[in-house]
Design a protein around this ligand. Structure first.
Ligand code: DX5
Ligand code: ZN
Length: 221
């Protein structure tokens, strides 16, 4: 079975102590740091923007996997590059020119990703697959942590796995929403190479983070 990257979502961290929380998940074995940016307009919740990401950046050397749930995206691309985002993932519904947005992300020195909502068909990636380094499959409707995994997304993951293998490129296939030691193996079997987990990583406090990450890895071995 492939080695799966674990990207804890800091949406479930203690927002009053975000720097400490990032250090703790880094030390606990996280492969990337998943950063959820919400605008209260594209999704019905608000988090934070690039200035906060910039302040968090020195707390870990792991890649920042930044998931933008905002519209528009384009005016903020340079700010996230400057803040230290490594992967910048956008929803195709967030603007009228997804190809231009992906090009702008790459031109700013980041890896472009595309996030696919549960109701969005897999075929939307076909014209842009050569322009992306990550497909982020939403297995919940974006906006909140702690929701239940939507099983119907497994078939879409299988379809993305076939599309990615056909390119011969190492595009990360990441799944986000409702992942825990019970649902992770299903997503792995379907072909993901990275798992986002918020509540399953942060539950129980810092002394449990390593065990929680191990449980997700154990589930996928
Ligand atoms: C939801 C976010 C997720 C969220 C996942 O809109 O994109 O990253 O934090 O949380 P859990 O793992 O609790 O479902
Ligand atoms: Zn996310």
């Amino acid at each position: 079975m492939r080695d799966v990257l674990i990207s804890p979502s800091i949406l479930s961290a203690d927002f009053a102590r975000l720097g400490d929380e990032i250090r703790a998940i880094d030390a606990a074995g996280a492969d990337m740091i998943h950063v959820d940016v919400m605008d209260g307009h594209f999704v019905p919740n608000l988090t934070f923007g690039a200035p906060v990401v910039e302040k968090l950046r020195p707390h870990s050397d792991k890649p920042f996997d930044v998931h933008l749930m905002i519209a528009p995206v384009d005016p903020f691309i340079d700010a996230f590059a400057k803040a230290g985002a490594d992967i910048l993932t956008v929803h195709p519904e967030a603007g009228p020119h997804i190809h231009r947005t992906l090009q702008a992300i790459r031109a700013a020195g980041m890896k472009p990703g595309v996030a696919i909502n549960p109701g969005t068909p897999a075929e939307i990636v076909d014209p842009i697959i050569d322009d992306i380094d990550m497909i982020l499959v939403m297995s919940v409707n974006p906006g909140f942590g702690g929701q239940s995994f939507i099983d119907s997304q497994l078939r879409k993951i299988e379809s993305f796995r076939r599309k990615i293998d056909k390119t011969g490129r190492d595009i990360i296939l990441e799944v986000d929403g409702g992942l825990n030691p019970e649902t992770a193996p299903k997503a792995i079997d379907a072909g993901v190479s990275a798992i986002v987990a918020g509540s399953a990583v942060f539950k129980g406090g810092a002394e449990h983070y390593a065990g929680n990450i191990k449980a997700l890895r154990g589930a996928v071995k």
